[in-house]
Design a protein around this ligand. Sequence first.
Ligand code: NAP
Length: 246
Amino acid sequence: MAGKRVALVTGSTSGIGLGIARRLANDGYCVAVHSRTSAEAGHALAAELGDAVYVQADLAEDEDRRRLVHETVAATGRLDVLVNNAGISGTIPHADLQAATPEIWRDLYEVNAIAPFRLVAEAEPHLRAAARAGSPAAVVNVASHAAVRPKGASIPYAASKAALVHTTKLLAVTLAPDIRVNAVAPGLVDTPLTETWEDTRALWRERSPMRRAATPEDIAQCVTALIDSTYISGEVMMADGGLNLT
Ligand code: NAP
């Protein structure tokens, strides 16, 4: 296949996704930037990155999921890497069971668990084509330490990310050897999503061996390590500064 490798990074106008998009562009990828509503920021980032495109899509909608992959490939001609980063959260104390309504469960599952699977399903033929043309294909899902440990902003959030972790392993088995599928499980990351989480930030400062929250660049480095590997598949890379050890 001629030309640059292409990476689609969902939710790349903000926070972790923005860090991943910048890092992959720096590593020589043509990046497909994506978001739900922040189209202006998306277009500005694509212009800043140079060899990049922006596609808007609401990942709660299946038609938009399909269109996102279709428009990315139509604009770039290929797809080598898919980073399922976009996600939603919201704080609900775990003990307040009534507050975790069925509607909240459904909303979180649509975006955090179903959308990543559906994007892989749509991307599969393109990723396989890249692999068969000699460009190793990879999917990286951005999960959460809350998917692995009984923690997190809410029980529905943690469960939606746990579903994503198990889906990662199932897809790694199903899509090998053409497509490797891995996940990163960040702890606290400094992004707009967590701007007001002062107690959590104090927890990371005081209890985590690394004594701080992660930056989006820290997580981007984990994502590129999994993309660049030639062998790792079905792994969940914990990126919580070691908090799970304490
Ligand atoms: P963020 O700053 O809130 O950015 C979220 C991005 O996802 C934005 O680009 C947003 O687009 C997009 N997005 C949200 N809902 C969408 C939807 N329905 N359709 C399409 N795009 C949508 O979040 P972040 O903190 O960087 O988090 C990124 C990922 O890491 C998420 O999956 C999150 O669960 C996970 N994570 C974060 C942390 C943390 O501490 N920050 C820890 C563990 C895991 P718009 O701005 O246009 O809405």
